[in-house]
Design a binder for this molecule. Structure first.
Ligand SMILES: *[C@@H]1O[C@H](CO)[C@@H](O)[C@H](O)[C@H]1NC(C)=O
Length: 137
């Protein structure tokens, strides 16, 4: 039953006993030791909401886009998105690309309820998505 997590806990306990920390701090230290992996995983996934119809109509899907990795849209949504938004603009920005593998022209409006208005170029044209960490003021 020895796995990496157990070893990490033992190491945390060892460090604490060496520094003679009060027993009450031990559980806190272990909890913190386990936390970063969980936080890092969710922090890297940006929720993007996309619908086949404009104004969030038709089939919709929540896409989880890993930060700094190109996400190719599923075949049934490829070239078939008319409304899209980054649901975590507090810490990220996303780019919507016309071609797979984050190539071709891209568009950066973080929420567009109707891609068909304006010049409409990106309506039913988004094929991949890329998001990066971003913190505004
Ligand atoms: C989008 O997908 C729906 C459902 O499969 C389909 O009815 C529609 O024709 C598609 N639209 C485009 C532009 O591909």
């Amino acid at each position: 039953m020895f796995n990496l997590k157990n070893i990490a806990i033992l190491l945390a306990l060892g460090v604490l006993s060496a520094s003679a920390a009060p027993a009450s701090d031990v559980s806190v230290a272990v909890a913190e030791a386990e936390q970063p992996a969980i936080v890092a995983k969710s922090a890297q996934e940006i929720p993007v909401y996309a619908c086949q119809g404009s104004r969030w109509r038709g089939a919709c899907r929540k896409l989880y886009v890993d930060v700094d990795e190109c996400f190719n849209v599923h075949p049934d949504f490829n070239d078939n998105i008319s409304s899209i938004k980054n649901e975590d603009t507090g810490r990220s920005r996303c780019m919507w690309f016309e071609d797979a593998n984050c190539r071709g022209r891209y568009y950066k409006n973080q929420e567009d309820a109707n891609l068909a208005d304006g010049d409409g170029y990106f309506n039913d044209r988004i094929s991949s998505i890329s998001c990066y960490a971003w913190r505004g003021d």
